[in-house]
Ligand binder design. Sequence first.
Ligand SMILES: Cc1cc2nc3c(=O)[nH]c(=O)nc-3n(C[C@H](O)[C@H](O)[C@H](O)COP(=O)(O)O)c2cc1C
Length: 214
Amino acid sequence: MSRALVIDSSSRYVGSVTRALTQQFISTFEESNGESNLVYRDLAKSSVPHLSAEAIEGFFSPTPSLRAKRATVLSDLLLEEFLGADLICIGVPVYNFNLPSALKAYLDQIVRIGKTFQKQGDGRLQGLCSGKDILVLYSMGGMYKDTDMDFIKPYFKAITNFIGADRVDFVAIEGTSRAGFKLEDQLGESGELIQNYLAKRGKKENTLLSMLSE
Ligand SMILES: Cc1cc2nc3c(=O)[nH]c(=O)nc-3n(C[C@H](O)[C@H](O)[C@H](O)COP(=O)(O)O)c2cc1C
């Protein structure tokens, strides 16, 4: 049995491609793991604030002030959700070549010293998230998946590596702003990729997952 955290970050509801992808993930995941093993967070509804000076003090100070402690309450809650899952599925619409700021603000709250990474005796940083997999479901109006203009993949690879999660995989839908784009034409393939991912992950067939990682 797996425990998933699903995060949506599109500001759109009607016609959102990434929300359609996360819904495909949710229904496939729940078929084998049940509803109670999935936590859902919608960053367009519960917006996460940018890091404040107090929150940063709360993260890094060994003796934080009461104000600093209060400022990390939301981060504590988000971390409880994040650390409680072994599979984190994130819907990522490309905004101005990058991830939405709501999602960046979320990541700033959960990439936190002592929680998802730590400093070792020799000063080097070590990730604390082994046993977790990340699946990024992203969409873009243009056609530049895997080109130099695709900043989503390298960014999530860096974050995955930094927090020491086991692996990150990607499913992308491109060209969503192009004339003639029809979401229904894309959902067959994405649904199959997501089903394969979950089936193979369930069987721990890690080598077979590489088809999604490339
Ligand atoms: C504010 C904004 C910025 C965008 N910037 C880009 C971009 O830089 N490159 C691109 O290919 N598409 C861009 N798009 C198009 C979206 O990536 C595309 O519509 C995607 O499907 C959005 O995901 P969603 O359908 O889940 O909302 C942008 C869309 C919006 C609303």
